[in-house]
Design a protein around this ligand. Sequence first.
Ligand SMILES: N[C@@H](CCC[C@H](N)C(=O)O)C(=O)O
Length: 280
Amino acid sequence: MKFTKMQGCGNDYVYVDCTKNQEIEIDNIPHVARQVSDRHYGIGSDGLILIKPSQKADFFMDMYNNDGSRGKMCGNGIRCVGKYVYDYCLTDKKQVKIETLSGIKTLDLTIDNGKVSQVTVDMGNPIFAPEKIPVISDKEILVNEPIIIGGKEYKITCLSMGNPHAVVFVENTDDIPIETIGPLFENHEMFPDRVNTEFIQVINRNHIKMRVWERGSGETLACGTGACASVVACVLNGLTEDEVKVSLLGGDLHIRYDKDNNLVYMTGPAVTVFEGEIQL
Ligand SMILES: N[C@@H](CCC[C@H](N)C(=O)O)C(=O)O
């Protein structure tokens, strides 16, 4: 199988062009995702992203976490899909529409010396209704709600950016025992489909620091949907303005929350690491 390894702020995936003759049998995809993601015996990545044709948009992004589970949306991944389709001449458009399992997203590509360097994505509407996230709760919206994890109380703000997120504000992101508490949040009974958890330290009203424990992949260096969810949570909690730099372990993303229209925009880098071929 031919592949390209790409990363956005260090959130790395193996990308496979399935627009022409390369296909993986659907039942086999979770296994292939686990195999290629393995950092010792495989290529090494946070998961697998298949670029497919779409009837409704320019392309379809089909993403899998490194445990083989399917994700409905991936913010860092979709920027790399934009770079892939332009750099490999699958399109010459500078505005590209990508279908995902959570709807069609519009990407604006920034080109430097003939290659995509940066992408802005209209990430669509944050969703707050607990049953749509999904979170089990009788509240109408979960903002700063208590949850007990490992015997300690945390406050969570929950929303979907096409995938489920719980945002937790902390004093210092360097001090959190993410390997211990990340899986406890991910598998808490409140979240029937598991959850991505963002730990946020507010630096000032336009800058936050974030660490993330991703559903299906563990701690990653960045999460695009998580950065969007975190800025929305900051605004809902009155902690920041609506334009925020999000500093992740792997780099910075710029997020804007247009509260009047309930739309989120994400801008960040997309980088090709290497190409190769793997025997499955
Ligand atoms: N890294 C991603 C999100 C990937 C999917 C997520 N783990 C899920 O299962 O919901 C991003 O950049 O958004």
